[in-house]
Design a protein around this ligand. Structure first.
Ligand SMILES: [Fe+2]
Length: 246
C-alpha cells in the first residue's frame, strides 16, 4: 500500500528544483565573449531562467580556447562587470562570479606554468577535453595541475565517448574531479551520453553538477532534467561538492 503511494508521489516530478544545489558553476552567460549569451539581454534571460529553477549563485565559465575564444582574465572580468551593471539596473539580485572553462590545448600547460588559470572557490579549475580524442599527455598535465596547487575538475565527462567507466574510475582515483551536465540525463546530447552519465552517477564518480547553459534550448533542458529520477538522486542522495562554492 505504501509502495503505491510512493510511486504516485514519484510521478509528481515538479516537486523539486535546484534550490538545494544553490550554485551553478558551469555556464556561458557572460555577454559576447564566447558561444553563449551574445549580449546582456540574452545573459539576463538565461539568468532569470536559472533563478526561477532555484539557482542562487552563478559562476560563469567562458571558454578559453586558443583556436576560437582567446579569452583572458581581462576579457572575462570586463564582461562580468558589464553584466553586473546590467543586473543592478534591472534590480536582479543574484550572486555572480566568473572563472573559465579551459580547453585542454597546447596553450593549457603554459597557462598552468604561468599560474594564469581562472579558478573558482578554493583553487578549483574547470577544463574540458576535445570531443574527438583524449590528449596523449592527460595524466602528466593533471599531475602538474595538482602539483601547482590547483584542484582540477573535468567538465562533462559523459560527453567524451572515447572514455569508458574504467577510464573514469582511474582518472578519479588520480584526483580528477568530474562535473556532469544535468541536461545529459535527459538525452540532450544523445543516448550514449545519457547512458554514460547514468553510469558515472551509479559509480559515485560525479562531484559537481551544472547547466553548461549557452542558450534557451539549454534552459529548457535544464528544467526538463528535473523530471529525471537520476537528478533527484543527485540532488538529495549524493555527496555533491557544489555547496563548497557558495
Ligand atoms: Fe561549457
Amino acid at each position: 500500500m505504501f509502495g503505491i503511494f510512493k510511486n504516485k508521489e514519484n510521478k509528481n516530478h515538479n516537486t523539486f528544483d535546484y534550490s538545494s544545489l544553490m550554485v551553478d558553476m558551469h555556464s556561458h552567460v557572460l555577454p559576447g565573449i564566447d558561444d553563449g549569451a551574445q549580449n546582456p539581454a540574452e545573459s539576463i534571460e538565461l539568468i532569470k531562467r536559472m533563478m526561477k529553477l532555484g539557482i542562487t549563485k552563478i559562476i560563469a565559465t567562458p571558454h578559453i580556447m586558443a583556436d576560437y575564444y582567446r579569452n583572458t582574465a581581462g576579457t572575462i572580468n570586463t564582461a562580468l562587470d558589464i553584466l553586473k551593471a546590467e543586473l543592478k539596473k534591472e534590480n536582479i539580485d543574484i550572486t555572480i562570479e566568473a572563472a573559465a572553462e579551459h580547453y585542454f590545448d597546447e596553450t593549457f600547460e603554459t597557462r598552468i606554468d604561468e599560474r594564469k588559470l581562472m579558478t573558482m572557490g578554493d583553487n578549483y579549475v574547470l577544463f574540458e577535453y576535445s570531443f574527438i580524442s583524449q590528449p596523449p599527455n592527460a595524466i602528466p598535465i593533471i599531475q602538474k595541475l595538482k602539483d601547482s596547487g590547483y584542484k582540477p575538475i573535468l567538465a562533462h565527462p559523459e560527453r567524451y565517448q572515447y572514455l569508458d567507466l574504467d577510464d573514469f574510475r582511474s582518472l578519479h582515483d588520480y584526483g580528477l574531479l568530474f562535473q556532469l551536465n544535468t541536461i545529459s540525463l535527459t538525452g540532450y546530447y544523445g543516448k550514449e551520453s545519457k547512458k554514460l552519465a547514468e553510469g558515472l552517477v551509479d559509480n559515485q564518480l560525479i562531484d559537481f553538477i551544472s547547466s553548461d547553459m549557452h542558450h534557451l534550448r539549454h534552459a529548457e533542458a535544464f528544467q526538463n532534467a528535473l523530471k529525471m529520477p537520476y537528478l533527484e538522486k543527485l540532488l538529495f542522495d549524493y555527496p555533491l561538492k557544489n555547496i563548497m562554492l557558495r
